[in-house]
Design a protein. Structure first.
Length: 292
């Protein structure tokens, strides 16, 4: 009876422990991470995208030069004689040169980042003249030689985003460097709605599978925390089941000899002792004296 009560107690304890761990896991999983707040100093729109102003006469206001190994060159041309202001970026050797601006993007939104580009990259090697997001490999289709042509990159954001992304205009890209020169004007960033154009250049910052639609649905990836907790629950369950199985095996083994068998064994011992010859031994010394 005591053994039966012990088994019941262990089973109840194991069930309660497992339910407690599962409840804690559910609380952790249901808790949504706090969305990243936008830094006040970062604009939510592109500043001076038409390059209409430049205090230093070298780089348009609101933009920053970024030259790999300082091998490239940036030249600013203000609006003149009815022509729009533009920026020339030139690489005398294959490298990666650009201007960039940090912008706060909204969550669950698709943007079109575009710029008019005219290039002179005769070798047509590397990324060419592109628009991109700093630190990312994706970019618009490269432009190598043409009249003014619009280059676009569609940026898709998700539920959680960084405080800001640096949008770039440049010649050459990461591990895809180019030489030559290109002219950039009329950079724009706008919210895009509707169906993306065929063969559109895109970059997905949402963490979703790029093959999914870009309608702004929330991410469905299983958090790593949930996966880890599920593994903990499985391991705890295996340990508990193993421990209970081992306990039951030992108990069954110890119970293989029943009380009835023990009584029969004791009776057999007593019977054996009773059957031992209790006749006193004859004194052979007296018999020898009589013979003499």
């Amino acid at each position: 009876m005591k053994r039966f009560i012990s088994v019941i107690f262990i089973l109840v304890f194991a069930l309660s422990f497992t339910m407690g761990v599962t409840s804690s896991a559910a609380k952790v999983v249901k808790k949504s991470p706090t969305p990243t707040t936008t830094v006040a100093s970062v604009s939510s729109s592109l500043i001076n995208g038409d390059f209409s102003s430049s205090k230093d006469g070298k780089v348009p206001d609101g933009w920053e030069a970024n030259l790999y190994n300082n091998e490239g060159k940036i030249t600013y041309f203000p609006a003149k004689d009815g022509n729009k202001a533009y920026v020339e970026i030139s690489n005398s050797v294959p490298t990666d040169s650009r201007i960039k601006q940090k912008v706060a993007l909204s969550p669950n939104t698709t943007y079109e980042f575009s710029c008019e580009i005219k290039a002179n990259i005769p070798e047509k090697k590397g990324a060419g003249a592109i628009v991109s997001v700093y630190g990312k490999n994706e970019s618009s289709a490269g432009i190598f030689s043409s009249d003014w042509k619009k280059a676009s990159l569609y940026i898709i954001t998700g539920k959680e985003i960084n405080s800001g992304y640096e949008l770039t205009l440049g010649v050459g890209g990461y591990a895809n460097i180019s030489s030559g020169s290109a002219f950039f004007r009329s950079a724009k960033l706008k919210v895009f709605t509707g169906k993306l154009p065929n063969n559109a250049s895109t970059i997905d910052l949402s963490g979703r599978d790029p093959s999914q639609d870009t309608s702004g649905k929330s991410d469905t990836n299983v958090p790593a925390t949930q996966s880890n907790i599920m593994w903990i629950i499985i391991i705890v369950a295996i340990v508990l089941v193993g421990g209970i199985s081992y306990y039951l095996f030992v108990m069954r083994k110890s119970a293989s000899t029943s009380p009835e068998d023990e009584e029969l064994e004791e009776e057999s011992v007593e019977t054996f002792e009773d059957n031992v010859d209790q006749t006193p031994k004859k004194d052979t010394k007296n018999d020898e004296e009589d013979l003499l």
